[in-house]
Design a protein around this ligand. Structure first.
Ligand SMILES: NC(=O)c1ccc[n+]([C@@H]2O[C@H](COP(=O)([O-])OP(=O)(O)OC[C@H]3O[C@@H](n4cnc5c(N)ncnc54)[C@H](OP(=O)(O)O)[C@@H]3O)[C@@H](O)[C@H]2O)c1
Length: 326
């Protein structure tokens, strides 16, 4: 099979596509012929060895895929050859085949194609768990989304609007903000156009109920300052490369909550919330009420370019790898 391989940690162009043997299949695993995979910012960090989880080289990067089951080893409940499934993991998805635990894959609803199924995994799940269980968004809440043109950010805009929030989208270009507006963002702020604190004060004179922050850096503090008393600031990631330091006097004086979300911790520690949210989210996907925004697609041969595109902050919504057409 053809696969993208990282032989050496570093920038995206260290990843090369080559011929590898098909992955061996252990008892309880299924083999999936991958049709599409999607790129997430953590894929860039894992290749650079800058993610919280370290993966030794050589490895096949890629954390989400969708395709067709071609082989089942041993007893696997509810999955048979020919099923269309999607899955997420840490690595392995940028390849023509993956071998994964049968219990870890999800049947793709008939109404959804493989591209959208692949693009739906990490970003929308992160966004929905954050909105439902951490930011605890209620209809009518004022929600500020940083990185609103990116994968997690745009998914947060889409799902925040769907949950009834009034969304203020913050991003670095008119193009990204126009896409956020097309999904219902009510206020649009280009943080490169001027002072973010002032712009948020003008949009939200009474303050916001929640901030979702996948960016960090110098956007975090002005966004936190835009919260009203009792507001929730949720840290989701640091795509800017800079972990912000928040002065605690702001937290004290404004009576706000600073919260964090990390998928593995949530999966481990909040199984009931996880199951409820995942069921609700799958229903939103199956009924077409949420469709991921695919801003760019690359063939498998161009995985390095796709990773570079995401690393440079150019992605709008999701970036997909078309594996079956490569
Ligand atoms: N906590 C979790 O479980 C979890 C799950 C998934 C992802 N994440 C994290 O969430 C963050 C966003 O992931 P994503 O997949 O949404 O990424 P993405 O699609 O690349 O979006 C990231 C956004 O960050 C902004 N940005 C600012 N400086 C940047 C820089 N130097 N390089 C790249 N982007 C920059 C950009 O917005 P502007 O328009 O403002 O420049 C960009 O749209 C990452 O840190 C990722 O690790 C966390």
């Amino acid at each position: 099979m053809r696969a993208a391989v990282c032989h050496e940690h570093g920038p995206p162009d260290t990843v090369r596509v080559e011929e590898l043997p098909s992955p061996p299949l252990a008892d309880g695993q299924v083999r999936v012929q991958v049709a599409a995979a999607a790129v997430n910012f953590p894929d860039v960090l894992i290749v650079a060895n800058a993610y919280q989880i370290k993966v030794p080289v050589p490895f096949v990067p890629g954390s989400e895929f969708a395709g067709v089951v071609t082989e089942v080893a041993g007893a696997v409940d509810g999955v048979t050859v020919g099923d269309r499934v999607s899955g997420t993991g840490i690595v392995g998805a940028f390849a023509e085949e993956v071998a994964v635990a049968g219990a870890s894959v999800t049947r793709i609803p008939d109404s959804v194609d493989e591209r959208n199924a692949a693009a739906f995994g990490v970003a929308h799940r992160t966004a929905f768990h954050v909105l439902r269980s951490v930011a605890r968004i209620e209809p009518g809440d004022e929600l500020i989304v940083l990185g609103a043109g990116g994968g997690v950010g745009l998914a947060t805009v889409q799902l925040g609007v769907l949950l009834g929030a009034n969304v203020t989208a913050v991003a670095s270009s008119r193009e990204k903000l126009d896409v956020a507006a097309s999904y219902g963002a009510a206020n649009l702020v280009d943080h490169r156009a001027g002072d973010l604190r002032q712009a948020l004060r003008e949009c939200l004179p009474d303050g916001a109920d929640a901030v979702v922050d996948p960016v960090g850096g110098n956007l975090a503090e002005p966004a936190l300052r835009a919260l009203r008393w009792g507001g929730r600031f949720v840290s989701v990631g640091f795509a800017s490369g800079e972990i912000p330091r928040i002065p605690l006097n702001l937290v004290l004086l404004k009576g706000v909550q600073v919260l964090g979300f990390e998928m593995l911790g949530f999966v481990t520690h909040a199984p009931d919330e996880l199951a409820r949210n995942e069921a609700e989210l799958l229903d939103l996907l199956a009924t077409g009420r949420i469709v991921p925004h695919i801003g760019a697609a690359f063939p498998l041969d161009d995985v390095a370019s796709a990773l570079r595109y995401v690393a440079d902050g150019r992605a709008i919504g999701k970036v997909v790898i078309d594996v079956s057409t490569s």
